[in-house]
Design a protein around this ligand. Structure first.
Ligand SMILES: Nc1nc2c(ncn2[C@@H]2O[C@H](COP(=O)(O)OP(=O)(O)OP(=O)(O)O)[C@@H](O)[C@H]2O)c(=O)[nH]1
Ligand SMILES: [Mg+2]
Length: 336
């Protein structure tokens, strides 16, 4: 959980005033006598009301990790999903409100102390008005934080140490089906594009080695600038986590995307992630009568690695992918 629950202005003000009333009741029942007592009651109401709201906001700030202390992956992820600048601005508003309430708390309690007793309740009412307006001033920021909490609810937990393979490709080509076959993860699989809307993580344990396999939302062959938030999540995983990329082609084109576009995307990713090994994988081989389409693609892509041909839905060829991970890891160790 990245953000704790954020109370609305009404909720926090209600809580503050209720607690303040209770605190005042305790004074009323105490031994303090005379004019001093009425002033003390109003003083305690202002103090308690401010304190309750400050504590609520300070607690939210304390429980929220500092974005700049997170790893690059999380920073980019948060930026893509909600926007880091807006998040910082909204958290800053909580701090602003908390600081201002501290000031009001001091100002109004001393004002009550210095006033004649008959004015105490009027000053307290004035303080309450200021408190309400401070909290209302940050309503938009509070709304945003509630939205951000909701959006970041499914923030994936990544292992930044494990060797990581990121599965990428056009929508509907069988990426999630493959993750299900390689690991015990169970991402949703469906016969329409953009089924996967976020990063999905699976783990694979080999004798003495752990792999992290990441399934991503489908990508279209368009400039990064035109990508939506869902596609950008795939890019964030590729950029920050991928030691290798398993690029899935659907040569059957039953996914609904022409070969030409899939080729473009592959070549673009190769170009963008030059230092990452990209393995071309041809899926849905069960639907292919011949290998004409595979040949067509192979003639048009830059590759260093041997392509693999698989049928993710029945698992055939998947063991070759796992072997490939083992080999990749062994070769990496040689150079480390
Ligand atoms: N015939 C056949 N169908 C497959 C194969 N692999 C996946 N499918 C089907 O293709 C469709 C899409 O599969 P998914 O695994 O959801 O594809 P995806 O790439 O994760 O799709 P998005 O998340 O939308 O990008 C589903 O109907 C699968 O059952 C395969 O090897 N052969
Ligand atoms: Mg999917």
């Amino acid at each position: 959980m990245f953000l704790p629950t954020i109370p609305t202005p009404d909720e926090v003000v209600d809580k503050a005033f209720r607690r303040a009333k209770k605190a005042a009741m305790r004074i009323r029942g105490s031994k303090i006598r005379g004019q001093k007592k009425s002033k003390r009651i109003e003083e305690v109401r202002v103090q308690t009301a401010c304190q309750v709201i400050r504590d609520t906001y300070d607690d939210i700030l304390k429980k929220t990790p500092r974005v700049e202390e997170l790893s690059e992956f999380y920073q980019d992820y948060i930026d893509v999903v909600v926007g880091v600048d807006q998040l910082k601005k909204s958290l800053g508003a909580l701090k602003w409100a908390s600081d201002l309430l501290e000031k009001l708390q001091g100002q109004y309690t001393s004002k009550i102390r210095r006033s004649p007793p008959e004015n105490a309740s009027k000053i307290r009412r004035e303080a309450y008005g200021r408190i309400v307006s401070v909290v209302n001033r940050i309503e938009n920021e509070l709304d945003f934080l509630t939205f951000a909490k909701q959006q970041l609810r499914n923030m994936p937990t990544v292992d930044t140490e494990a060797t990581t393979a990121v599965i990428a490709g056009f929508p509907n080509v069988g990426k999630s089906t493959l993750l299900r076959k390689i690991t015990s993860a169970e991402p949703e699989v469906a016969d329409y594009p953009f089924t996967t809307k976020g990063i999905q993580i699976g783990h694979l344990e080999r004798r003495w080695k752990k792999f992290q396999i990441i399934d991503t939302p489908g990508l279209l062959d368009r400039p990064v600038m035109d990508m939506n938030e869902i596609e950008l999540q795939a890019m964030v995983a590729l950029e920050n986590l991928a030691d290798l990329i398993l690029f899935i082609f659907d040569p059957s084109t039953t996914s609904g995307y022409p070969l030409e576009n899939q080729i473009n995307l592959y070549n673009e990713l190769r170009q963008l992630f030059k230092d990452v090994t990209v393995f071309p994988i041809f899926n849905k081989m069960d639907l292919l009568g011949d290998e004409e389409n595979v040949k067509y693609i192979l003639e048009r892509i830059n590759r260093r690695e041997e392509p693999l041909m698989v049928t993710a839905s029945d698992g055939s060829g998947v063991s070759k992918i796992i072997e490939l991970l083992d080999e990749f890891d062994a070769s990496k160790e040689k150079y480390d």
